[in-house]
Design a protein around this ligand. Structure first.
Ligand code: SAM
Length: 200
């Protein structure tokens, strides 16, 4: 992990408010009917837990993984306020040993990996056969909007990246579109988005 990157996120999460709000990401919430009724879900780069907590509210056991202890304290508080529990796991995506075939669902919302191939390989490894992948990120067009997300092209996602990584999964659906996003102070305004739904 880069120390500067860690400190940047710790600083962003330090104020009491939830940087990206407490409502789940709209793409994730729209996939509710696809979720299994029970099972183990991983929400990767889950930050303050808005998505992991929502998954727990759907009846799943949830591992909420991120490298920010400040965000994870807020994630646990959010879970408690909703009457659910989540397991927070403090991990660094740069060197985390992804477990094999461990999760029924993996959710990745706006993870910004410098090592995208490592993230994708980890997701492939950690999903159980038949497991569901739900991922949303920003494509390069988002650099024109500037309404959220990283400024570096290496941290953005294209259809080609997703097809190369997950094209052999079943029920693959990749969508690229523009939409109005309202997620706390962190993400707001017209945005370019790309997401994938796929089953291992
Ligand atoms: C744009 S935020 C998204 C947070 C959350 N998924 C959401 O949608 O509310 C990106 C997240 O990645 C986390 N992150 C960045 N680099 C990381 C790393 N190397 N290992 C683990 N988490 C990391 C940050 O702490 C932050 O929570």
């Amino acid at each position: 992990m880069s120390t500067a990157e860690f400190q940047r996120w710790e600083g962003r999460y330090a104020p009491e408010r939830y940087l990206f709000g407490t409502a789940p990401n709209a793409f994730l919430a729209a996939q509710r009917a696809r979720l299994p009724k029970a099972g183990l879900a991983l929400s990767i780069a889950d930050g303050e837990g808005r998505n992991g907590v929502w998954l727990a509210q759907q009846g799943l056991d949830v591992v909420s993984a991120d490298f920010s202890p400040t965000a994870q304290a807020k994630a646990r508080a959010l879970a408690a306020s909703r009457g659910v529990t989540i397991t927070t796991e403090l991990i660094d995506l740069a060197n985390w040993e992804w477990p094999a075939e461990a999760f029924d669902v993996i959710v990745s919302i706006f993870a910004q990996p410098l090592e995208r191939k490592r993230l994708f390989a980890g997701i492939r490894r950690a999903l159980k056969p038949g497991g569901l992948l739900l991922l949303e990120g920003y494509p390069p067009k988002q650099l024109q909007y500037g309404t959220g997300g990283p400024g570096e092209i290496e941290r953005l996602y294209t259809r080609a990246h997703l097809e190369a990584a997950f094209g052999d999964f079943s029920q693959v659906q990749i969508d690229e579109y523009d939409a109005e996003v309202s997620e706390g102070e962190g993400h707001g305004g017209m945005s370019a988005l790309i997401d994938i739904v796929a089953v291992k």
